[in-house]
Design a protein around this ligand. Sequence first.
Ligand SMILES: *Cc1c(COP(=O)(O)O)cnc(C)c1O
Length: 411
Amino acid sequence: MGWPLKLVQPESSSQPRIPFAKAEISAEAQAASARVLASGWITTGPEVVEFERDFAALVGAEHAIAVSSCTAAIEIALRALRLPRGAKVLTSVMTFCGAVHAIVHAGLEPVLVDINAGTLMPDADTVADAVRRVGPVDAMVVIHFAGFPAPVEEMAAAAGLPLSRVVEDAAHAVGTKVGTDWVGTLSAATCFSFYATKNLPIGEGGMITTDDSDVAAYARQVRIHGMSHDAWKRYLPGAGWRYGVEVAGIKANMTDVQAAIGRGQLQHFLDWQDRRQGLAEAFDRRLSRIAGLTGPQWPDQGLHAWHLYVVQVMPEFGIGRDEFISRLAERGVDCSVHFIPLHHQPYFEQLLATQAPQSFPVADAVFPRIVSLPFYPGLTDDMVDRLWEEIDGLRESAAREPRLAQLRVTA
Ligand SMILES: *Cc1c(COP(=O)(O)O)cnc(C)c1O
């Protein structure tokens, strides 16, 4: 996972960098992966079956189907809805590109929706507004941005869809509750990510959860070449060699090495979530003392999984977002941005050009202000102090600069 990490050391700081992300792999996960690697069975097998059982129990779902990524999970979940080719699927304009590629690769047409400026994801109003403009849609992918609980039912109603036509992108939402329910059973299928930076990191991996046994059976088949049930067992001692191919599958199964890591990680998951909650409270306290920074919204009900802590750099801060990020990097703190609105990307721009005209005024207004701060359970209290001292320092120097510039002009 090279891309989010910058390896340059600043000349100015003698203190260690605070990276944007740091995957914590528990001792149990490390031992379990070593055990599987030595076992002679390293691809999909009994560990995957156990991990699926553990994960289904965590979110309270009937079925969990492990796959290679959340992107693959979304594509498979959408295919399980068996919509006609080119059917319209509503989703956020402010999401990860992979989530929309999944719609395209499922043979469907993405319809992008603007966001709420507070939660940075679509809400019932933006969804209803989009449907008024582009006409009825056939399905929707709901994102729980940063781990904030999206009101899935309300949004489905706003889109004029039954919940059986809704798929959730829960890449940020292992540990989110909508009301009192864990995210995982609220729609036709929920798609999770175990990517290196996510709340339950494996490195790569994904999971589909559902209470619908047809969706589950279809997903189990599609994830491994469309082969008949339990195809992975065909190389076990004494197993038969024959299999059937019943649908056009893809290669998106999870390996036993990944599943073993996932099971080891699950033992720490709730502690990590507690730490994230504590960090969010600490960040809020520090942020409230700094002019020109707006913090993330807290939900009125349910539980935020705090995958990301996104702040908005307002004009009163004195410098813009890009400078905020580059100057903080000079001070040894690495940030990121979630997400570049998709209509700013050439591929999606071309796609939008073929559709009824749409605009995304909120995403456009908010994008130049958003910054994701380093935020993970391994962030120590000392690192939190240091991070906010650097932001304080940045704010002080930004506040001094207009006066300095004036002095230079009048001198
Ligand atoms: C990370 C992410 C994905 C993709 O997850 P992968 O497991 O890497 O495929 C999808 N949607 C959102 C919102 C994400 O942040």
